[in-house]
Design a protein around this ligand. Structure first.
Ligand SMILES: *Cc1c(COP(=O)(O)O)cnc(C)c1O
Length: 395
């Protein structure tokens, strides 16, 4: 099989304009710390309706910066979803905080707002409330942010949206990232995500203090801002006022990201057309397709299907048949609490049964901007063959 026959579950779409934008930045005076990063930050803010944007070299770094800015440290607890990429939890561990999880809704696969309410009520009686909750907009569909935000007012915690899957998604008619229901929102620009800067991420917020804190900590804890300096001996001067990191995004990355951002609407439109095509092709299949909640327009980062409860042991065989036929299916996600690192912290199988049951039965079918209807038809043909081979459906 040639490489071109392989259909990955996700991949970037790079245009000649994207390439020209990167080449232009390569020929410019700055490869890092130039104008492109600021322009990209402004462009993202304008798109999603946020006041401040802080670019970083990854969404993982941006999540870390957001936790630090909200004061997360040793002795604090951060709650997130078990159905996510490990970075949503690791960011709290970098700060020395404890992590805990809230099980998912069986239809949206997002953090369940009712379970969050129950867990908060219990934590409140024990004096163990979280400092920050990190809802993850799984597969590009917003969580029930209105409910989570109302709980944050009742119990006094902060909210970081992990919107790594969800740039361009809408909730209640507004772009995810506008900050109506959270303190900070983080996007990822990894190549499998909706738009890419190769590696890269961004934290957006409407709070100037949080933005300044994140910006300072992304550049070694330094500032050049005249109103923050203790003295101003000359133009060379900067001060390290705290301990930070080098989490900077390069100009090349920002140039690519900005060029990709101009294609965001088209990417989302294409993903929605692909979603509809899968719905048509799969309508008689005994599998559960991704549920789309009212009040949300998903960015459709992923297309996770669910095998019937009775056939959950077939998942591995279906996965293997797809992979052997050159279909790059993947599983999103291994519940974070079952990772050996988190088990060593005391979590165990059985702690979050909905996320675990979902994990046992799910597969993500390919979904990315340049996926063709013909490729989708091939994916579905092989899926049908795999389901028949496993007696999940009859021929
Ligand atoms: C991809 C991803 C991240 C991390 O993104 P990077 O840019 O690769 O650091 C974090 N959270 C979720 C849910 C993701 O899918």
């Amino acid at each position: 099989m040639t490489h071109t026959d392989f259909i990955p579950y996700g991949r970037q779409s790079i245009s000649e304009d994207d390439i020209a934008a990167v080449v232009k930045s390569l020929r410019s005076d700055f490869l890092t710390q130039g104008p492109c990063v600021n322009e990209f930050e402004h462009a993202i803010c304008t798109k999603v309706g946020a006041r401040y944007g802080v670019a970083a070299n990854s969404a993982t770094s941006a999540l870390h910066l957001a936790c630090l800015a909200l004061g997360v440290g040793a002795g604090d607890t951060v709650w997130t979803s078990p159905n996510t990429f490990i970075a949503s939890a690791n960011c709290a561990r970098y700060c020395g905080a404890n992590v805990d999880f809230v099980d998912i809704d069986p239809r949206t696969y997002n953090m369940c707002a009712d379970k969050l309410a129950e867990k908060l009520a219990t934590a409140h009686t024990k004096g163990q409330l979280p400092k920050v909750v990190i809802p993850v907009h799984f597969a590009g569909q917003s969580c029930d942010m209105q409910a989570i935000h109302a709980l944050s007012k009742k119990y006094g915690f902060h909210i970081i949206e992990d919107a790594s899957h969800a740039i361009g998604a809408k909730y209640q008619g507004q772009y995810v990232g506008n900050g109506a229901f959270s303190d900070v929102c983080v996007f990822s620009f990894h190549p499998v995500k909706i738009i890419t800067s190769a590696e890269g991420g961004m934290a957006v917020t409407n709070n100037e203090q949080l933005a300044n804190h994140m910006r300072t900590h992304a550049q070694q804890g330094t500032t050049r801002s005249p109103d923050e300096l203790t003295e101003m001996p000359g133009d060379w001067y900067y001060e390290q006022q705290t301990l930070g990191f080098n989490y900077r995004m390069t100009e090349l990355q920002a140039a690519l990201g900005a060029s990709q951002l101009s294609r965001l609407d088209d990417f989302i439109q294409r993903r929605h057309a692909q979603f509809s095509h899968y719905e048509t092709l799969l309508k008689d299949f005994p599998i559960t397709l991704p549920f789309q909640a009212k009040d949300t327009v998903s960015a459709l980062h992923l297309f996770p299907i669910l095998l019937p409860e009775a056939n959950k042991t077939a998942r591995k065989s279906v996965f293997d048949i797809l992979r052997q036929a050159g279909i790059g299916t993947q599983v999103h996600y291994i519940p974070v609490h079952t990772q050996p690192y988190y088990q060593a912290l005391g979590f165990k199988q059985g702690d979050y049964p909905v996320a675990e049951d979902y994990y046992a039965r799910t597969l993500s079918l390919p979904l990315f901007a340049d996926l063709t209807p013909t490729q989708q038809e091939r994916v579905v043909l092989i899926l049908k063959h795999a389901l028949i081979a496993n007696q999940v459906m009859s021929a």
